[in-house]
Design a binder for this molecule. Structure first.
Ligand SMILES: N[C@@H](CCC(=O)N[C@@H](CS)C(=O)NCC(=O)O)C(=O)O
Length: 218
């Protein structure tokens, strides 16, 4: 088995880092420096022509987009570890949340992030280029993004009302989405005012693999 993970710290690749930590499978790590231009080097563009992390190469095949990576790793390694549902309707539920979190939830978060002044965006050199677009530095865009995020968090809150985790038992859907919700909290959105989301986040953070990763960041 050969698995290579292309990673950059403090990026979307942290989601895949958490997924791999939960799966506890061996892989070769390639750490790229976004600010040094590593993601735009011809060698990496052959793996991901979008020039972005995360990407994995499994058995010689490149897979990119964090949601596709989570679902793929779930199918291949997660089912036997009870971290991803087998084929069937529960698999559909996991996919629904994972895709929604990238296409809808993270999209609104990216707009809010892009609207922030540079001094609130951390190391600008490691951010995606669209985060520094001057036309995004606009209060109306920020307010709209916050409203969209509140609507998304309300949907997530509803999904967790009667379940400890998104599909019942803990799965890689939770691993994936906790990373995005944690980021949203760091953007000043009051995640705590969504009680089921807040309690779920605590349960995710109590997972040994995630707790260990979070400790390594501080
Ligand atoms: N939709 C992609 C987003 C990936 C992404 O935007 N990655 C950023 C870091 S957060 C990146 O690699 N940027 C490198 C660059 O812009 O050169 C995913 O979910 O994988």
């Amino acid at each position: 088995m050969s698995l290579t993970f292309y990673f950059a710290p403090m990026s979307t690749a942290s989601i895949t880092e958490a997924v791999l930590a939960e799966l506890d499978i061996p892989f070769d790590l390639v750490t790229l420096n976004i600010s040094a231009g590593d993601t735009k080097q011809p060698e990496f563009l052959k793996i991901n022509p979008n020039g972005r992390v995360p990407a994995i190469v499994h058995e010689g095949v490149a897979i990119w987009e964090s949601s596709a990576i989570t679902m793929y790793l779930g199918e291949v390694f997660g089912v036997v570890r009870n971290l991803y549902p087998a084929l069937g309707s529960q698999r559909g539920e996991a996919m629904k949340w994972i895709v929604w979190s990238n296409v809808t939830l993270a999209e609104a978060a990216s707009r809010l992030f892009a609207s922030l002044p540079p001094e609130e965006q951390g190391d600008a050199a490691t951010n995606a280029p669209e985060a520094s677009a001057p036309e995004m530095k606009d209060q109306t865009i920020a307010e709209r993004a916050k409203a969209d995020l509140r609507a998304c968090l309300s949907i997530l809150n509803g999904g967790l009302e009667e379940r400890p985790f998104l599909i019942g038992e803990y799965s890689l859907a939770d691993t994936h989405i906790q990373g995005i919700v944690g980021w949203i909290g760091s953007l000043g959105v009051d995640v705590q005012s969504f009680p089921h989301v807040a309690a779920w986040l605590d349960r995710c953070y109590a997972r040994p693999a995630i707790a260990k990763l979070m400790a390594s960041y501080s």
